[in-house]
Design a protein around this ligand. Structure first.
Ligand code: SF4
Length: 488
């Protein structure tokens, strides 16, 4: 433990550089908070290796509350004892790598990271344009991989040992932000600082993404909180006297940059927005409560217009992590668990059953602590890797049990700490509004959402009313003590 008073106020990139320099360990990894974490902004994140972020649920504010500015970790030369290192290495280099490259997600990520699918998402009605007040994408044609890449010089900076050139450092080549050095934003950042706030210029979105990262804030909650403020300003609920003179109009990126500084430092109107989208809407009051986009105890969704994707609304609402806990059965295929065709849109039973089927597989993949994008298509390759690493005879069925156990434990933990099933119901008015155009024009999940939730609970082996994992479910997962705790 070392004093960090001299690091107070530094942004996440500056903190990382200073900590490495002070330790004399340029190859250390540093996880740190920026000004937002120090000021306990509710959506402050923990940032590491310049651009990697753990942000949902405000873990940066937890570090800030403990006055913990940074954690530095250095690699060692300790040997990891593996059961069969040669075969594990061969599996990783061939079967695993080949399969990951061929998956739907892998093909897209390899081709251009999460920006690779951005144009298609826009066409499918997924851009959350102007706080989801419109579905008109005509101003956002430049939000596609080719146009974004043409604005910058790129230098690959993938994660350690990653064979894919996904993460890149960029320098903006021309225009107002020429010379700006940043990490190439992911889809979520470009959507948040582009269409969501009515900004048609991708270079300005790169500037805002970089600033938000350096200040140390979650892009999802930050984006939807700023877009809420702009809509409130447009509709006269707040004015310059409330915003410390900032003109919060759609696409006014310089004002938004100042607003991000105010939020991170909890200055003036930033103090209101530092509470996140639901609480900010409540503080502003009146119609603002209808403009806020959030679910699940007030957490903003991913920066998509989720209204055409009913399964995505469900999986984000019932996720015990507060964010999406698996991929969407409408757009993902996993033949080895029987999900071999896309679930039809607007089918309550099939979408909810699909979320319940994919969730455990996804949780198992996450528990391996490899990159989610690099997971192979076949579950059997993952379980073979576990067997070769540990010497166990580990099967796909056991892997799915592990996934179900994780989900049951998360739910039991949260129920014990105050989660009630009605919190799974929270869909803000804007999410419940039918889109004005696009594939889901005139449709809304709201009337069937309670039923979708019940179907999901049933398929998980949870009580349909309380969402408690049933005693027999818990016992089958080896969680006898949890069954006693929840039910006796
Ligand atoms: S490990 Fe994953 S996140 Fe990192 S560069 Fe590779 S694909 Fe991207």
């Amino acid at each position: 433990m070392r004093p960090a008073t001299h690091l107070l106020g530094l942004d996440t990139w500056e903190t990382e550089d200073r900590v490495k320099a002070e330790l004399g360990q340029p190859r250390a990894s540093v996880a740190c908070i920026g000004p937002a974490g120090e000021k306990l902004v509710r959506f402050a994140g923990i940032f590491n290796d310049k651009g990697h972020v753990a942000a949902t649920n405000g873990p940066g504010a937890v570090m800030g509350s403990k006055k913990l500015k940074a954690i530095a970790v250095s690699s060692t030369t300790s040997k990891i004892n593996l059961s069969d290192p040669e075969r594990l290495r061969a599996l990783a280099r061939h079967d695993w790598a080949d399969s990951a490259s061929e998956s739907l997600l892998g093909r897209s990520i390899k081709a251009g990271g999460t920006l690779g699918g951005m144009a298609a998402l826009g066409m499918s009605g997924a851009f959350p344009i102007k706080n989801m007040t419109t579905c008109d994408i005509s101003d956002y044609a430049r939000y596609n991989l080719d146009d974004i890449c043409s604005l910058v010089e790129m230098k690959p900076r993938p994660c350690w040992a990653c064979p894919w050139a996904h993460c890149n450092d960029v320098t903006v080549k021309e225009g107002r932000y020429a010379g700006l050095k940043a990490e190439l934003p992911e889809y979520e950042d470009m959507a948040a600082w582009g269409p969501l706030i009515g900004n048609a210029d991708p270079a300005a979105a790169i500037m805002l993404s970089d600033l938000n990262d350096r200040l140390g804030m979650d892009v999802k909650e930050g984006g939807f909180t700023v877009s809420l403020a702009i809509e409130c300003y447009e509709k006269g609920l707040i004015g310059p006297a409330d915003t410390d003179g900032l003109e919060l109009t759609w696409g006014n990126v310089e004002a938004i940059a100042e607003l991000l500084q105010a939020i991170a430092h909890r200055r003036g109107f930033g103090e209101v927005l530092a509470e996140g989208v639901m609480r900010a809407a409540q503080r502003i009051g009146g119609e603002a409560e209808h403009f806020g986009v959030y679910h699940k105890n007030g957490i903003a969704p991913h920066t998509h217009d989720v209204r055409p994707k009913w399964a995505t609304v469900l999986r984000q609402a019932v996720s015990d992590m507060g964010s999406g806990m698996s991929l969407d059965p409408q757009t993902s295929l996993y033949a080895d668990i029987g999900h071999d065709k896309f679930s039809p849109a607007y089918s309550v039973e099939e979408l909810a059953a699909g979320v319940a089927k994919i969730g455990p597989r996804h949780q198992f993949g996450d528990s391996l602590i490899t990159c989610f994008f690099l997971l192979p298509k076949e579950l059997s390759i993952m379980t073979e890797a576990v067997s070769l690493a540990t010497g166990w005879d580990f099967t796909p069925e056991e892997a799915l049990t592990v996934g179900r156990r994780i989900l049951a434990l998360q739910r039991a933990f949260n129920l014990r700490h105050g989660l009630t099933p009605d919190k799974d119901d929270i869909l803000s008015s804007r999410i419940a509004e039918p889109p004005e155009m696009g594939p889901a024009q005139g449709r809304t999940v709201a009337p069937v959402f309670a039923e979708m939730k019940r179907v999901y609970y049933r398929h998980m082996g949870w009580d349909e009313e309380t969402s408690k994992p049933l005693p027999e479910t818990l016992r089958a997962l080896g969680l006898e003590a949890v069954a006693r705790d929840l039910w006796e």
